[in-house]
Design a binder for this molecule. Structure first.
Ligand SMILES: CC(C)(COP(=O)(O)OP(=O)(O)OC[C@H]1O[C@@H](n2cnc3c(N)ncnc32)[C@H](O)[C@@H]1OP(=O)(O)O)[C@@H](O)C(=O)NCCC(=O)NCCS
Length: 198
């Protein structure tokens, strides 16, 4: 473990009561309404400038197929954000593959977004808190994520939640003909145990 950077203690974030009407949960099956709301939120987020890998909305059928597939991947947990009961955003907690013993202590958050029509109410913050709680409950010590440098609100949110920027990728993404840098972050979820394997 000597080649690993020393991780700082986890930031102490006081628990906050979410605003009424905001909810985040892990989804295991879809109702038709949930699937359509999720696709609609994703379309809106992509059109607004993403954060998701898509640059253009891929079409409803492709989105439905994609989200149905997410629930089938054993290493993924789909966290959905609801506003007054309707899904308006999501994030995926991605566990390392079983062969990756060296990084078995670390999970990733991917494809997080809240639809533009539901932003600024605290759902993004709540979504990340729930993902972190889920990762802790699964025994992970570290959460990793990366983001385009153009996602200003996401970057602010991550840094306010205690994510530490450790690197940049100069050729991270291509969006409307422009190369965009990527920023890489980690957060230590709990102290690393001493003299015991992770
Ligand atoms: C990042 C994102 C998930 C935040 O979602 P959200 O529901 O607006 O988040 P919150 O309401 O919890 O706000 C988080 C913080 O950002 C601030 N904020 C968010 N949007 C804002 C806006 N349009 N204007 C001013 N402040 C804003 C809030 O004030 C809040 O800070 P605070 O908790 O200290 O007050 C959302 O902006 C988003 O989906 N962006 C596009 C996709 C993306 O960048 N994804 C991440 C990369 S994969």
């Amino acid at each position: 473990m000597s080649d690993q950077p020393e991780l700082s203690p986890p930031s102490a974030v006081p628990p906050q009561q979410p605003e009424a009407g905001l909810m985040v949960e892990v989804l295991h099956t879809y109702t038709e309404d949930d699937l359509q709301a999720l696709c609609e939120a994703t379309d809106a987020a992509i059109i607004d400038g993403g954060g998701f890998g898509w640059v253009e909305p891929p079409g409803r059928r492709a989105l439905e197929t994609y989200f149905k597939g997410v629930l089938l991947v054993p290493e993924r947990e789909l966290f959905v954000a609801r506003l007054e009961g309707t899904i308006v955003g999501c994030a995926q907690l991605v566990r390392p593959p079983r062969n990756n013993e060296a990084q078995a202590f670390a999970a990733s958050v991917m494809h997080a977004f809240v639809a533009p029509y539901a932003r600024g109410r605290g759902l993004g913050r709540l979504l990340f808190r729930r993902v972190e709680e889920g990762a802790r409950a699964l025994g992970y010590y570290v959460l990793n994520l990366d983001v385009r440098e153009t996602q200003t609100w996401a970057i602010r949110l991550y840094e306010s939640l205690g994510y530490v920027r450790w690197g940049e990728h100069p050729c991270y993404a291509r969006v409307t003909g422009q190369t965009v840098r990527g920023l890489f972050y980690y957060k230590q979820l709990r102290p690393r145990p001493r003299k015991t394997p992770l």
